[in-house]
Design a protein around this ligand. Structure first.
Ligand SMILES: NC(=O)C1=CN([C@@H]2O[C@H](COP(=O)(O)OP(=O)(O)OC[C@H]3O[C@@H](n4cnc5c(N)ncnc54)[C@H](O)[C@@H]3O)[C@@H](O)[C@H]2O)C=CC1
Ligand SMILES: O=C(CO)COP(=O)(O)O
Length: 323
């Protein structure tokens, strides 16, 4: 065995014998689920909700791992708050938010890394519908970081017989896979809401992945990461599950509801609504062809109906699959 693999393997075996102090920021569906996973492994876990008020220095200064599971709209605020607090020299940041900054188009990990350039940032993304994990159903995810040791440490914090964590050295690909699939989950909800059938859904998800890879590559992410759990895996989960909030948005749009009415009654955050806007902005700026995203965008803007979006996609110029 390669010496590096040997040391990683032994770290992994001893994971739960080394309890860590974990602070989870965000007490929504995903933050509370991640907190339960870490606590079940014997780690000391504190969850911070917005309602608790400011984070106290004593909470954060002992944290080995700080997990951010806030929605995208809260990321900048939480980063600014943590920047004012004392931290252990080796504190690792984990980001589980699946969104993009509306002004800069930066990912959450890029925002954390810019604020803390000397620290390790790990992206945690995968096909992880919180409600299933809360029920103890099996799932897998990816801890992505350019710092192997930090990724392995985070893998150890969350891994269990029910939750299998892989590492990946392409954090941008891991993060974009989890984030961009939300746009396709809206489209998949529309597809099912219009009862277009299994062939249509398969075509949509497959061409959606092509689109994600096209813009993901231009961002600097690796193609093979998008064929992994956080890309294809999360596409399969959210494009096929009514538990996905993004899928629910698409499904209800197909039923003729307005976006504002849907969001008013939605349980939790559908990040894909904002991500679609940001992705369109980036695709236009960089002249990247994103036909499915463009139709989801027009639908969310109420410029077209779901049926018109379908027609627009089907009536485009014919071309080669691999172009
Ligand atoms: N629910 C799920 O199955 C999964 C969700 N995610 C991602 O995790 C993130 C959070 O998702 P959920 O927990 O489901 O959403 P949620 O809507 O249930 O909770 C969002 C949390 O963010 C907090 N928040 C928002 N703005 C804040 C601010 N300024 N300061 C402090 N806290 C703030 C809210 O108080 C709330 O606790 C999203 O980006 C989502 O895409 C990722 C994997 C699975
Ligand atoms: O990202 C998720 C599962 O991996 C959760 O999906 P929704 O945000 O669409 O509910």
């Amino acid at each position: 065995m390669h010496p590096k693999s040997q040391s990683l393997a032994s770290d992994r075996q001893h994971s739960t014998q080394n309890p860590k102090s974990v602070v989870v920021l965000g007490a929504g569906a995903w933050g509370t689920t991640l907190a339960s996973l870490a606590a079940a492994n014997g780690h000391r876990v504190q969850v911070r909700s917005r309602r608790d008020g400011a984070i106290s220095p004593s909470e954060i200064e002992r944290a080995d791992v700080v997990v951010s599971a806030v929605s995208m709209q809260g990321v900048a605020t939480v980063v600014r708050e943590i920047q004012t607090l004392p931290l252990l020299p080796a504190t690792i940041f984990v980001t589980a938010t699946k969104g993009l900054d509306p002004v800069t188009t930066l990912t959450p990990a890029q925002i954390w890394q810019a604020a803390f350039p000397d620290r390790s940032v790990v992206v945690l993304c995968g096909p992880n519908l919180a409600k299933e994990i809360q029920q103890g159903l099996p799932a897998a995810t990816v801890a992505g970081s350019t710092d192997d040791n930090a990724a392995v440490a985070v893998q150890a914090v969350f891994s269990s017989p029910q939750f299998r964590v892989y590492t990946n050295s392409d954090p941008l690909g891991v993060e974009l896979g989890g984030t961009l699939k939300n746009v396709m989950a809206i489209a998949a909800g529309v597809c099912d809401g219009l009862h277009l059938g299994t062939n249509a859904k398969a075509a949509l998800v497959t061409r959606g992945l092509t689109e994600i890879i096209r813009i993901g590559n231009s961002w600097g992410a690796k193609t093979e990461t998008f064929y992994g759990l956080s890309g294809l895996g999360d596409l399969l989960a959210t494009c096929n599950s009514p538990l996905s909030r993004n899928y629910q948005v698409g499904y209800q749009l197909a039923q003729g509801k307005t976006l504002s009415a849907i969001l008013a009654h939605l349980e939790g955050t559908a990040e894909g609504v904002n991500t679609t806007q940001v992705l369109m902005q980036r695709a236009r700026q960089q002249d990247i062809y994103m036909p499915i995203t463009a139709e989801v965008y027009r639908l969310l803007q109420a410029e077209i109906t779901p049926k018109q979006a379908l027609e627009a996609l089907m009536l485009r110029d014919l071309k080669s699959e691999l172009l």
